[in-house]
Design a protein around this ligand. Sequence first.
Ligand code: ZN
Length: 370
Amino acid sequence: MRYHFKIKLCFRILFCISTIFLYECSKSDVQPSSSPIINSEGEGEENDIMTIDSLLKPFYDSFIEEMLSRGRDLSQIPISIVFINPGSQNGAGNAYCGLGYANYDQSNTARVEIVSSPDCWNNQTYIQKENLMYHEFGHALLNRGHVFNFFPNGLPTSIMCSQICSNFQVYSLNQEQQRSFYLDELLNEDIEMPSWADEKNYSQTLVVDEILENNEWVPVTVFDNNVSDNPYSYFIEQIEYTSPNYSLGISVIQNSNNNNFGNWYKDFEISDFANCSNLVAEVNIKSTDFLINGNINLVIDLYDDLDSDEEFSRRFAQGEAIELGGGFFKIQTKSICIPEVTKKFRVRFYVKGDSETNVYFDDLVVNLYE
Ligand SMILES: [Zn+2]
């Protein structure tokens, strides 16, 4: 039986909830390897010489160790873990970043295939890669199927979630408690719901920002390399807004490098909140033209140090945009279960695309649910 992780391909006009286009800030710089190493742990089987790509081996090793520490030894299961070229998935087109087989091609061996594209691998951080790999090992080594349930706090009930979650982001850095739970759950589907998964209630409004002329928003283009021109420019908009008299604007010109993004950002300190609270942000957006090959978004980044510029978690809007009239839409982004170590969050008004358009952002609200 074949399982798969389906990427949500999104062709929405105004903004996009796709997970695959959204990680250009990744710190990863690895390239898929073409020099596999040999794993001969599957003793006694006919197909006992299995291939494990050297770049994927650390995830396999750590998974085996995590399961062993929970009383299950999976190290004797013969498995191949390989990169495949985009588009070469058997009957799956480009729809999946990873595939896990418990019994590949009736061979009595397991197999994990990872698509060697930037969006599926290179642009992902280590912890995001681990999320994907552990999901595929759930299929391949534990014969687990997909799970489609949420806890009351909004997190998925299993790392085996599909469609309802991003398989790169079931847990993030600093969510050790959640990571540990999801690994326990892989071996015990009947595990009790953890207390951190209880429903969260509205606690307070942290931010209401109507966008004034003098504001502390910072405009920045984030390049994936330093050779291209800047296709984004930034301005205080005085005609298009949802609350007078201003909004923040980003202008995009045609460009060929779609790995750059433009954004206005602002930092907010946070303290004295319950562990595993939820941050819910909303903003109103408008785009003057169809944005080709990109999306407009509201991003919440989390930091464990006030002076840090390196986020440990990044979340984008999901779900429907609500039409407000006048060409404006309201979008919402949730950062669920923010850990106690969080010292500040950064809100980004985010635009990425390679066609000409103007985009406006107005009326940010951020609420805390504890
Ligand atoms: Zn899957």
